[in-house]
Design a protein around this ligand. Structure first.
Ligand code: OVM
Length: 393
């Protein structure tokens, strides 16, 4: 029998400061029963990583949120990547892997670098700026929608859409209801935007339709795969970049270390993801009865994997709560692990690296100018605002 916990990992106190509660879950045992959800939970690195690795037992096609798609109608037509198992998943993933390739990122790097430098130049000249609304939310929007080839009209819906979808992985609580209110237009805009006729030539969106023309997927599947770019590609990097700046501002000596060697930019971004993982949790569903660390989990159970708690498990990481850009972060599960590991991780890394480098080259000191303001979301650790002040280099 697993330990029973009464805490609700989707209530507002938990979402506002998840790190205050992770230790309780890790210490309760390798597998816990989360009474508030009617689901199992794992927060230790070893079990989280093993569950992610065993995608046959811990399947995704029944949804990676609390809802079991075998019993409930999905919130939206399921993602053909995130909410799919092999063999379907492997077919869609391999066609997407060819589009999000090292080669295409190599071409984009100089363009994105110029945009990062220009944006940071403007912010540095002002001395005071908001790291979320004026940097984290701005930079991905300068580079990502053009890369996909999205129509210009309505791009502001992207953040609302992602917030809705990431909220929908949790329960239908107040965070879900309030986060969705008045944002219905985002859902229809995304559906429209993903159609072949609305995508610009030369982008990753049309590349998916080219895969459909080559017989690798159907026309309907292509639209749904383009939708994955839109869902997973913005709010994640927005908050990844915002938290990177937060981490650097709260750890001045680490920022100085980065300034002294800007080649540490990619490591700084990776450590910021370990230290404060944007995607905090995902569920899996057991496809069979399984024993984990002596606990029997029945078939058809929802299991909540606390990725962010695994990334600070003291059994895996030394001094896990401290942000150290030179640490070896390999094996962190901020991008997941196994067959579903983030398709866009190289995109996110490039964005993070370019922002970190541009800041390190232009700023001699970076300080909080106020408290960070959180935006509660059932899946993402998200920020609404974080004012900073800088000294130019
Ligand atoms: C998708 C999708 C949606 C949300 C997250 C994600 C983190 C993927 O539609 O495929 O990956």
């Amino acid at each position: 029998m697993p330990a029973t916990l009464t805490l609700d990992p989707f209530d507002e106190a938990f979402l506002a400061d998840p790190y205050a509660h992770h230790e309780t879950i890790r210490n309760a045992g390798p597998v816990v029963w989360l009474e508030a959800l009617g689901a199992y939970g794992m927060a230790r690195y070893a079990e989280v990583q093993a569950a992610l690795r065993d995608h046959v037992t811990f399947c995704s096609a029944r949804g990676v949120g609390l809802a079991d798609f075998a019993r409930e109608t999905p919130f939206r037509p399921p993602s053909l990547l995130l909410e799919a198992d092999p063999p379907l998943h492997d077919r869609t993933r391999s066609l997407m892997n060819k589009i999000v390739s090292l080669g295409s990122l190599k071409e984009l790097r100089p363009v994105w670098q110029a945009k990062a430098e220009r944006l940071v130049d403007e912010l540095v000249a002002r001395r005071h700026f908001d790291a979320v609304t004026e940097l984290g939310e701005v930079f991905p929007m300068l580079v990502f929608p053009d890369t996909i080839g999205l129509m210009d009209e309505g791009r502001e819906h992207l953040l609302d859409y992602a917030a809705i979808v990431f909220n929908a992985f949790g329960p239908r609580n107040a965070v879900f209801e309030e986060g969705n209110r008045g944002k219905e237009a985002a859902i229809s805009w995304v559906a429209e935007t993903c159609r072949r006729g609305n995508l610009k030539p030369g982008g990753w969106g049309m590349a998916v339709y080219a895969a459909a023309d080559a017989g690798l997927c159907t026309e309907d599947e292509a639209g749904r795969l383009v939708r994955s770019f839109l869902t997973a590609g913005v709010d994640t990097t927005v908050n990844g970049i915002s938290h990177l700046v937060l981490a650097l501002a709260q750890h001045p000596s680490e920022f100085q270390r980065l300034r002294a060697n800007t080649k540490l930019a990619t490591r700084a971004f990776e450590e910021s993801l370990r230290w404060d993982s944007t995607v905090q949790t995902f569920f899996r569903t057991t496809a069979r009865e399984v024993e984990v660390a002596g606990v029997t989990i029945p078939e058809g159970a929802k299991v909540l994997l606390f990725l962010a708690a695994a990334n600070r498990d003291p059994a895996r990481w030394s001094d896990p709560d401290s942000f150290r850009i030179e640490r070896n972060t390999s094996g962190h599960v901020g991008f997941g692990f196994g067959i579903h590991q983030c398709l866009g991780q190289m995109v996110a890394r490039l964005e993070g690296e370019l922002v970190a480098t541009a800041l390190a080259e232009r700023v001699s000191a970076l300080r909080p100018a106020g408290a960070p303001v959180r935006r509660l979301n059932n899946t993402l650790h998200a920020l609404a605002s974080f004012p900073v002040e800088i000294d130019p280099a």
